[in-house]
Ligand binder design. Structure first.
Ligand code: IVH
Length: 694
């Protein structure tokens, strides 16, 4: 369960120390969960505005109670630690984020702060570059002697994911830089998808029964973070460049000069970039871009002002996760008015009933929108949304289009409030709501065709069992005709069952059976993902596979972990990035008899789940060991240390338990060190650790 922010309505200065402490703890956890959802799983769980308000609240409490700032404070972190599927890359120069300005006053304050910091006179001009803030995914590409050697996502700012092969598929970005190039040159920018390409791609995906993306940003992120670069190559990705990381052997005087150099080297730079020398000019440019925004071929969510002089940038430096010399001036979400034609209740894989608004298609900032989320029944009641209403919908950067408001003056006379069904629209089973939940769920389990079909669809999807020839339509038809009712049935299909079916010739039947045969043996990671456990995406599946190694070990641990006092429970929750809410879903999955039956039926049907193959770590002194880092590391960053330990075959845990083999303690280590001493776990210094791993 997500922790409750019980004191959220109390202003920071009125909080007691105890309340502040609890609030900071809850905020750290909540923000970290949103970060994982956004950065690791490409599936945001909060709107930009909600997310920003959580961060703001956290910062306000921290500045009121500086002694209570936590070691895992979100202020010191950008984004989320990278997911498990890619190799890790430590950034030579951290990839930071930007502070936000919303009102004109925020921009004036920003320029004033700079003036004061640099001690400049009132009439000294401060030139700023103005760049569109592209709503995409940032990347860093390292060129050595002009050749692209490695490219990475931002990740948590310190360590990203190795996406070299994927970046190389983007035609906008050169693999070689010609001309006078520094020996090492890291280029930074944003990968994005145009609105038109996004729309066309979604239509193709829909036709092929593939994944539909909520907006161009998610489509770009999902396409870039593909483990198979061949898939990335098929996606229409583009890039803009605007910055640098590590550079050896060359400097520039201004940001503008750097942008011109990028252009000369053949990198794509945004042609709306200009230089302004007063706040009035900056605000004028903001207004201009704001009014042109809907007509631009790509999404922008604001503009970025950067101090043009690089010597000034250097003096200004950084505060926590953002530079003092730059700020993002955000635009508000793009909105449009349209008719809400119907409310459809969809039933998901876990039985959750989700209301979806069907709209008269409308252009919102350059993208046609015909569906919007209504979140849940409370939201519908709160906004009193009714079928036949004229509504305002909005497309905010990175969430699914939402219904924000009803135009009451346009409501037809005979309208009635929407009655949220208490029965599943698919199987007619009771749909219930637990006390502490906002969603209503169908109780039909696998009896419910919607849940069963959704689960099967997920089970055979590309990232799971990857069975070609089994699209959504076929799964539905096979389910309806009793050919496949549960995953194990897949491995029992006989040719005779398919012969004579419309659209199924000899060849397509043979192809399907061969595709199924190829998957009679599957890796643990894919298998865990295929089960469709709530919150267990590819990254979490990989973490679990990495940690437990075999299906038997994992299954035993998940069933034993039911007891919160057990070692298995402690071990599960000590895995980094597995919070209590994911643990609850994992345990809940195994607590259900029908889920355990799915596993045993698959075994009976002859499925082999291969143990997780660890990277070759023969000779590594920490292979198979569970290690915990605590305190300040002085020779390397925390994330780099973790990535290195993982690469050496170790498991990295976030807390100390009996299962911990080694604790690496730096200065400032506190409770974890004490715990290790109490439990008699071996403790070494960073230097001793480095000597150990050579
Ligand atoms: S500069 C240290 N310039 O916005 C400065 N960022 O909210 C780092 N972005 O992480 C960023 N367009 O992903 C910069 N012209 C631009 C940008 C830009 C888009 C993204 C970038 C960054 C995020 C911060």
């Amino acid at each position: 369960m997500t922790p409750a922010l019980t004191n959220r309505d109390i202003p920071p200065e009125k909080l007691t120390e105890k309340q502040a402490k609890a609030e900071l703890k809850a905020l750290a956890k909540l923000i970290a969960e949103h970060d994982v959802a956004y950065h690791t799983n490409d599936a945001p769980t909060a709107s930009d505005a909600e997310y920003d308000s959580l961060r703001k609240r956290n910062e306000a409490i921290e500045s009121q109670f500086p002694d209570l700032v936590r070691a895992d404070s979100p202020t010191a972190r950008v984004g989320a630690a990278p997911g498990g599927g890619f190799k890790k890359v430590a950034h030579a120069v951290p990839m930071l984020s930007l502070g936000n300005a919303f009102a004109d006053d925020d921009v004036m304050d920003f320029v004033d702060r700079i003036r004061r910091f640099l001690d400049l006179g009132d009439d000294e001009k401060i030139e700023m570059t103005v760049e569109p803030k592209i709503d995409g995914l940032s990347f860093s590409a390292r060129y050595e002697k002009g050749r692209l050697t490695v490219a990475a996502t931002r990740g948590d700012g310190a360590v990203g994911e190795d996406i070299t092969a994927n970046i190389k598929t983007i035609k906008d970005l050169p693999e070689f830089i010609m001309g006078d190039v520094p020996k090492v040159m890291e280029i930074r920018g944003e990968v994005y998808m145009t609105k038109q390409d996004f729309q066309a791609m979604n239509e193709r995906q829909a036709a092929a029964g593939g994944k539909i993306f909520a907006n161009p940003r998610n489509a770009a992120a999902g396409s870039l973070r593909q483990l198979d670069p061949k898939i990335t190559a098929q996606r229409p990705l583009k890039a803009f460049t605007y910055g640098w990381g590590a550079v050896e052997g060359q400097t520039w005087n201004t940001q503008w000069e750097f942008i011109q150099t990028l252009k000369a080297w053949g990198f794509p730079v945004n042609k709306r970039t200009t230089v302004c020398s007063s706040v009035a000019d900056m605000l004028e440019e903001y207004a201009r871009l704001g009014s042109d925004r809907a007509g631009l071929p790509y999404d922008i969510d604001g503009i970025v002002y950067k101090v043009n002089r690089l010597d000034w940038q250097k003096r200004l430096g950084f505060v926590s996760r953002a530079p003092r010399w730059a700020i993002a001036h955000k635009f508000s979400a793009e909105q449009a008015e349209t008719l809400l034609e119907n409310i459809e209740i969809q039933v998901g894989r876990t039985g959750a009933l989700t209301p979806v608004a069907h709209l008269t298609p409308v252009n919102v900032g350059g993208v046609m929108v015909s569906r919007a989320t209504l979140h849940n029944e409370d939201e519908i009641a709160r906004k009193d949304v009714r079928i036949g209403d004229t509504v305002i919908i909005q497309r905010a950067g990175d969430v699914i289009p939402q219904v924000v408001e009803v135009k009451l003056d346009k409501r037809p006379g005979e309208s009635t409030a929407f009655a949220f069904p208490h029965k599943c629209p698919v199987c007619d089973s009771l749909a219930v709501r637990e006390d502490d939940e906002v969603v209503r769920r169908c109780t039909g389990g696998l009896v419910c065709a919607a849940q069963a079909v959704e689960r099967l669809r997920h089970f055979v999807s590309r990232e799971a069992f990857d069975i070609e020839g089994l699209g959504e339509k076929n799964i539905e038809a096979f389910f309806a005709d009793d050919i496949i009712r549960s995953p194990a049935d897949l491995f029992k299909i006989k040719k005779a069952q398919l012969e004579g079916r419309e659209g199924w010739g000899d060849k397509s039947i043979d192809n399907l059976l061969a595709a199924i045969d190829r998957r009679r043996t599957i890796g643990l990671e894919r298998f865990i993902y295929a089960l469709g456990i709530p919150q267990v995406g590819q990254a979490t599946a990989r973490l679990l596979a990495h940690h437990y190694g075999s299906l038997d070990a994992w299954e035993l641990a998940m069933t034993t972990a039911k007891d919160e006092e057990s070692d298995a429970f402690r071990e599960l929750t000590s895995i980094e990035q597995i919070g209590p809410s994911v643990a609850t879903d994992l345990i809940g999955f195994f607590a259900e008899k029908h889920n355990r039956e799915v596993l045993s039926a698959l075994r009976k049907a002859g499925l082999t789940v291969e143990d997780f193959v660890r990277p070759d770590t023969s000779g590594s002194p920490i292979a198979g060991k569970t290690v915990v880092f605590t305190g300040t590391l002085e020779k390397m960053g925390r994330n780099e240390a973790k990535a290195q330990a993982l690469a050496l075959g170790a498991k990295v845990a976030g807390s100390v338990s009996k299962k911990t083999d080694l604790v690496i303690a730096g200065p400032g280590a506190g409770s974890k060190l004490k715990e290790a001493e109490t439990l008699g776990v071996k403790v070494v210094t960073e230097d001793e650790y480095l000597a150990l791993i050579g």
